[in-house]
Design a protein around this ligand. Structure first.
Ligand SMILES: NC(=O)c1ccc[n+]([C@@H]2O[C@H](COP(=O)([O-])OP(=O)(O)OC[C@H]3O[C@@H](n4cnc5c(N)ncnc54)[C@H](OP(=O)(O)O)[C@@H]3O)[C@@H](O)[C@H]2O)c1
Length: 287
């Protein structure tokens, strides 16, 4: 199988690259291919003739998107439309990654793929448009992911919220955590495995929530991480209102992965995912 990975240097892109390392992989980072350059995307796809295109590129500056909606929409929506069309033209399967932020968080149970999105921010709206454009491709998988942690790629600096919590715990510093957000924190390696399963098993294309099993608040995540590290946690409780962020965030963002399970792939519990991540980083039990 020949794969084209877009945004290959991001946190998720690096994990996807590692997951598919045994295949013929053409990895394009931002420097090699700007996905907003439609003609370059079309030329690359027709040159590479991939069986599978995985789009890990995104504009993820949630607060910045409020000031720069054009960039958010260009990268997260219109570029996705161009990639989806190029994939359809080439007869390639298309995998695209989306976000829990498409929901408004006004619920008390994990969101399913059937639940109606209601984006609260420009970033969220741009991601939702991206979902719709991607799903217009005849063989597309859109995987909604959230609160990512994982081993970064060789040239990457982005590490996610959990890495900052780990650093704070190890330094004995006070760790600020949102007390009013509920999430399903997810290991990028697990998203890689789920992606490989869907593609290799020829699961029905469509929208899948791809997150760890279970849900937690950030203080619970920080407590569990400190427990695995065998260190005390000093956490500073914060609310979304305290943080005065430019973009609104949904408070309750747990996603149900039942559809993915029905397609034959069980995601690990978030606690096990954190343990695997810490072990892989040389930290925690067995590290
Ligand atoms: N991280 C999370 O917690 C989280 C939560 C929900 C959803 N997601 C989704 O998961 C996916 C992967 O996110 P991630 O955390 O891996 O993000 P990331 O680490 O920020 O990686 C995104 C990559 O996209 C590249 N990129 C940005 N604009 C581009 C463009 N115009 N052309 C080509 N490449 C471009 C970036 O390159 P440069 O850095 O060089 O610009 C970066 O390497 C995204 O769809 C994101 O929306 C992530």
């Amino acid at each position: 199988m020949r794969l084209l990975i877009l945004g290959s240097r991001g946190l998720l892109g690096a994990a996807i690259h590692r997951e598919f390392a045994s295949e013929e992989v053409i990895a394009a980072d931002h420097g090699a291919l700007d996905i907003t350059h439609e003609r370059a995307v079309v030329a690359t796809v027709s040159e590479v003739r991939p069986d599978l295109i995985l789009n890990c590129a995104a504009y993820n500056n949630v607060d910045g998107a409020e000031e720069d909606p054009v960039t958010a929409l260009t990268v997260n929506a219109f570029a996705v439309r161009a990639i989806a069309r190029a994939a359809a033209e080439a007869g390639a399967t298309f995998v695209h990654y989306s976000s829990d932020f498409v929901f408004d968080g006004e619920t008390d149970r994990p969101y399913t793929e059937e639940d109606a999105p209601n984006p609260l921010s420009v970033y969220a709206a741009s991601k939702l448009l991206g979902d719709w454009f991607a799903l217009a491709s005849p063989r597309a998988y859109v995987l909604r992911v959230e609160s990512l942690f994982g081993k970064p790629g060789p040239a990457s600096t982005r590490r996610g919220s959990l890495a900052a919590i780990v650093d704070g715990i190890l330094e004995g510093a006070e760790v600020p955590v949102f007390v009013d957000r509920t999430v399903s924190p997810t290991h990028t390696a697990d998203i890689g495995r789920a992606t490989a399963h869907l593609v290799r098993s020829h699961a029905p294309p469509g929208l899948y929530h791809c997150v760890s099993t279970g849900l937690a608040t950030w203080p619970e995540i920080a407590e569990y991480t400190a427990h695995v590290l065998g260190k005390p946690l000093r956490h500073r409780p914060m609310t979304l209102a305290d943080a005065r962020l430019r973009a609104r965030r949904p408070r309750y963002c747990a996603l149900s992965n039942a559809k993915l399970a029905a397609a034959g792939h069980i995601m690990p519990r978030w606690q096990d995912a954190i343990e695997e991540y810490l072990r892989g980083s040389g930290l925690g039990a067995g590290g």
